[in-house]
Design a protein around this ligand. Structure first.
Ligand SMILES: [Zn+2]
Length: 130
């Protein structure tokens, strides 16, 4: 890898992310957060790096059953995505899919799931896609 490559920004079109919650003793949580702070690293990124490291050389292929089970209650925007854009029914404009959740939070103080579970917004978004 060239010297500058490791500083290159991640590709714009990122996979949708999810959030996990873990249970920890408070002292361990405090210590880990302080450690991450000292490295100027978010806890989220630190955990992601550790998980990636753990899985790096492993051949893990979730079964269809596992995919269903783990994604059961997950809200995904895939259905609404066209050419990397998502229709925002509140703005009546297409917004970048990779920043859509942030757009919802910043512009509307809502999460995307709230928007796309509202039948009025769903109708507008569907009209935008046709
Ligand atoms: Zn909007």
């Amino acid at each position: 890898m060239g010297y500058l490559e490791k500083f290159a920004e991640e590709p714009k079109e990122q996979e949708q992310t999810t959030t996990i919650t873990i249970r920890l003793p408070i002292s361990l949580d405090t210590k880990f957060k302080a450690y991450c702070d000292s490295l100027n690293l978010s806890v989220s990124k630190a955990m992601r790096l550790m998980i990636e490291q753990e899985l790096k050389d492993k051949e893990v292929t979730p079964t269809e059953e596992q995919v269903q089970k783990y994604n059961k209650s997950r809200f995904v925007l895939t259905k609404w995505k066209r050419d990397g854009m998502i229709p925002c029914p509140i703005c009546n404009e297409f917004k970048s899919a990779s920043n859509f959740n942030r757009h919802c939070k910043d512009a509307h103080d809502m999460i995307s799931e709230e928007i796309f579970s509202n039948p009025i917004f769903v109708e507008i978004a569907e009209r935008m896609l046709t």
